[in-house]
Design a protein around this ligand. Structure first.
Ligand code: FBP
Length: 552
């Protein structure tokens, strides 16, 4: 296979490690804090996690190390959507294990959690991992979205792990996958097994973060990739002056990606789902907000612009949320009956008799393509697959209608021609930025430290990320500390709390203070492509979100 010049160069890149991990492993030790509590619902969680609740926070430091020196056997799983840097987590884990004892073994379970359930794995060798260092993608072992939920699945996971003689399983995933890691750790211990479970925070969506997890890996590279593309489109728009570009950005529920891209590129409009929900905005009010910018810019003969739309927007519009909830319930409750109706017109006829009056009304006003998308299959967690709903096209249609009305009353005299884009997959497998390459390698290496120190039910954590890597603070956070109880599929379940955009947080406040200007004037910024080689101020900067959240 031919290899690109950049890929070759990236093989030679040595990821930076935090200072306290850049020494012989015998000198690494863990400093343990006091007992911890969950963020909410402590009593229920204490009962559900009898063996793993309340463990102390662990911080890596230097001293006389007490990690085991015996050869270890670990298994690693990549879970959920791809995120740049996953290969480096595996590389960091592999290098840590080998530095601890060259006789250690790492298995990679194939295709996500199902690889563990079905015992499908490969041994990760130095040669194999060498082909993937500092590269994007999850293709070294593949990923998947299987949820470990039933008693049989938990038993199958333990059977595979025991059969392979594993000391530990490392799950690299988002909030749902790390919830699974917590449940698996509790189950293994409850069954009397010494097999440890360690999680690693992954997702481009940026919604797995809290006081202890400053960022999920992949967010940095993904937002920089999208911002490059948005900046290019902005420059094209300014050159041609004839299109309004509506750009939907991945991120599932949270709008962190859209917000960061807005801070980097200064578009005319950026919708933030969390704000839409907080203000209870309807679809027509959102359309009015977009039209206000179009009308103002048209007064200056600027019949072009850029609108950023977060992927999960429609689930945050109260009227749409109600409709989606009703559809979810119907699709779950009448799966066979509704599944047997294949024709859209017949599906609408069926919905006529089952949806509430308001939801039916709304459903009928939506373009049929959107209606079809809303009736498409749910993901394994029962969620609408928002990446498949063309919200950007829905908004364009509604804006066109509104502008036509405004034209009739002479409130708008411009020209409106719109183009729709969706950026998601373009950023999930990019070569990790230096930040993600270093962060991921450090997360993987830290996972090894947690394993060799005998911990289970922890997530690998690296803090102080706005400082140079040398000053990063690696450690482990008990997973139960990040959990609360939430309603899922009608019953209360322990889950890691998803972090949505905080309207009182510094990134949103910065955006809110500046967007008025952007709506009327052309203030675009062009971040350009991710740079891997060059001065640190160009190559090693974290995101604006991270800097603003940490006082930068
Ligand atoms: P994770 O939360 O699993 O990291 O997934 C992130 C994501 O890219 C979302 O932004 C998007 O909605 C979803 O995956 C799409 O997933 P798929 O490609 O499996 O449909």
């Amino acid at each position: 296979m031919e290899i690109s010049a950049l890929q070759n160069a990236r093989y030679a890149y040595t990821p930076k490690l935090p200072g306290c991990l850049s020494c012989p492993v015998e000198e690494i030790t863990l400093k343990m804090g006091g007992p911890t509590e969950a963020i909410a619902d402590q009593n229920e969680l204490r009962t559900l996690f009898k063996h793993s609740y309340g463990k102390p926070i662990a911080l890596c430091t230097n001293g006389k190390g007490d990690m085991t020196k015996r050869p270890l056997t670990a298994g690693v799983i990549l879970s959920g959507g791809q995120a740049p840097g996953g290969h480096n987590v595996i590389a960091g884990l592999y290098d840590g294990l080998k530095r601890g004892n060259p006789g250690s073994t790492l298995y990679g379970f194939l295709g996500g959690p199902s690889g563990l359930l079905e015992d499908q794995a490969v041994e990760i060798t130095g040669e194999l991992v060498g082909q993937y260092r500092n590269t994007g993608g999850f293709d070294i072992i593949g990923s998947g979205r299987t949820k470990i939920a039933t008693p049989e699945q938990f038993a199958a996971a333990l059977e595979t792990a025991t059969k392979r003689g594993l000391d530990a399983v490392v799950i690299i995933g988002g909030d749902d996958s790390n919830t699974n890691a917590a449940l698996l750790a509790e189950y293994f211990t409850g069954q009397g097994s010494p097999i440890q479970v360690i999680g690693c925070p992954k997702t481009i969506d940026g919604d797995l973060k809290n006081e202890y997890i400053e960022a999920s890996f992949g967010f940095d590279t993904a937002v920089k990739t999208y911002s490059e593309l948005i900046g290019n489109i902005e420059r094209d728009a300014t050159s041609a002056k004839k299109y309004w570009h509506f750009i939907k950005l991945m991120g599932r529920s949270a709008s962190h990606i859209a917000l960061e891209c807005a801070l980097q590129t200064q578009p005319n409009v950026c919708l933030i789902s969390e704000e839409v929900e907080a203000k209870g905005l309807s679809l027509s009010q959102i359309v009015e907000e977009i039209c206000a910018s179009i009308v103002k810019r048209a007064e200056d003969k600027n019949n072009f612009g850029v609108v950023l739309v977060p992927e999960g927007l429609i689930e945050f519009v109260p009227e749409m949320k109600k409709l989606i909830k009703e559809l979810n319930d119907l699709m779950a409750g009448y799966a066979d009956e509704l599944g047997a109706i294949t024709n859209f017109i017949d599906q609408v006829y069926w919905l006529d008799q089952h949806l509430s009056y308001e939801s039916l009304d709304l459903f009928k006003t939506l373009p049929p393509a959107i209606g079809r998308q809303l009736l498409a299959d749910r993901d394994p967690h029962g969620n609408v697959q928002v990446s498949r709903i063309e919200t950007e096209r829905l908004l364009i249609e509604m804006v066109e209608t509104k502008l036509a009305e405004l034209k009739k009353i002479n409130a708008y005299t411009g020209k409106f021609s719109a183009l729709a884009h969706f950026f998601g997959y373009e950023g999930r497998c990019a070569f990790p930025s230096n930040f993600d390459a270093d962060y991921c390698y450090s997360l993987g290496f830290t996972a090894f430290v947690l394993i060799a120190s005998g911990l289970t039910g922890y997530i690998s954590s690296v803090k102080n990320l706005v400082a140079p890597a040398e000053q990063w603070l690696p450690g482990g956070i008990p997973l139960t500390m990040m959990m609360n109880m939430e309603k899922r599929h009608g019953s209360s379940k322990p889950v890691i709390k998803k972090a949505l955009v905080e309207l009182a947080g510094a990134p949103f406040k910065e955006f809110a203070a500046r967007r008025g200007n952007w709506a009327k004037q052309t203030c675009y910024q062009f971040p350009g492509a991710i740079q891997y080689y060059g001065p640190p101020e160009v190559c090693d900067q974290p995101t604006k979100t991270l800097k603003l959240e940490h006082g930068g």
